[in-house]
Ligand binder design. Structure first.
Ligand SMILES: [Zn+2]
Length: 271
């Protein structure tokens, strides 16, 4: 599933090719994404310049003077820059064609992605308005976690994966950040000190920033018609390594389910 680093990498990969260009045609091959693509999207986007491509959580926003197209990549979506006329594949559901022929193509085999138009300021859109701060912003820090955790008995891992607390901390990154911070994922959120939350906030930032940096090496993969998304694999220290030796103490890593998600940690290094 594309996580925040992949979505940010996508933004960086496509922006130089699309930003500032004018949409001359929109081709919808399949309306049935997570929500149906509106029938009049081609009319709404016709002749609109793309003034900016921004990201909030895992949403990408293609801004135009008349409104914003909000894209989400769902479970399996990807965006590529192709040329108008490049043959679409089976799961290439949406093309935004610019006046010079440059085309942004949405590929999504499982169709959990979305392409939603809004003419409101997009921060007020129902998809975005209740989201917590961006993990790499100054608004997200140990104090924010300490406040959100106050009196909460739920597991700290579920707290940091809650989009209203902080956006974009998916399962893999939550596991990795908690290992780096030395905090047990199932520890009740309200029982962790402010000092440890400051460390956890830093670790979340480090893990996500490293992944985004790694994604930088794949930016060229967003251009061209071969259909492979330019996603990347970060080196994972605990996730996917249940039962294997802990990289710090070499005792076997424990794997449990927490909120139905695979959770891996070291019983001796994480407390
Ligand atoms: Zn250990």
């Amino acid at each position: 599933m594309p996580e925040l680093p992949e979505v940010e990498t996508t933004r960086r990969g496509i922006s130089p090719h699309i930003e500032g260009k004018t949409i001359s045609n929109v081709v919808i091959r399949n309306h049935r994404l997570r929500w149906p693509i509106r029938e009049d999207l081609p009319q709404l986007l016709q002749d609109q310049p793309i003034t900016n491509i921004s990201r909030r959580a895992k949403y990408l926003m293609l801004e135009t003077p008349e409104g914003t197209l909000i894209l989400h990549l769902g479970m399996s979506g990807s965006l590529r820059v192709v040329q108008n006329g490049d043959k679409p594949g089976k799961h290439d559901h949406l093309d935004l064609v610019c006046s010079d022929g440059t085309t942004l193509r949405l590929h999504d085999p499982r169709r959990f992605g979305a392409a939603v138009w809004t003419d409101e300021p997009c921060g007020q859109h129902s998809l975005l308005e209740h989201l917590g701060p961006e993990p790499l912003s100054d608004e997200f820090n140990g104090d924010r976690l300490t406040q959100c955790a106050k009196g909460k008995s739920r597991a700290v891992k579920l707290l940091i994966m809650d989009n209203q607390v902080v956006v974009g901390v998916g399962n893999i990154y939550a596991n990795e950040a908690l290992f780096m911070a030395g905090i047990r994922p199932d520890r009740p959120a309200g029982k962790i000190s402010a000092r440890r939350y400051a460390r956890l906030a830093d670790c979340i930032k480090i893990v996500l920033a490293n992944a985004i940096e790694k994604g930088g090496t794949t930016l060229k993969d967003f251009v061209g018609g071969d259909g492979k998304p330019g996603y990347f694999q970060i080196e994972l220290t605990v996730y996917g390594h249940g039962g294997e030796p802990c990289p710090k103490c070499e005792k076997p890593l424990t794997e449990i389910k927490l909120g139905q998600r695979t959770t891996v940690f070291c019983k001796s290094c994480q407390r």
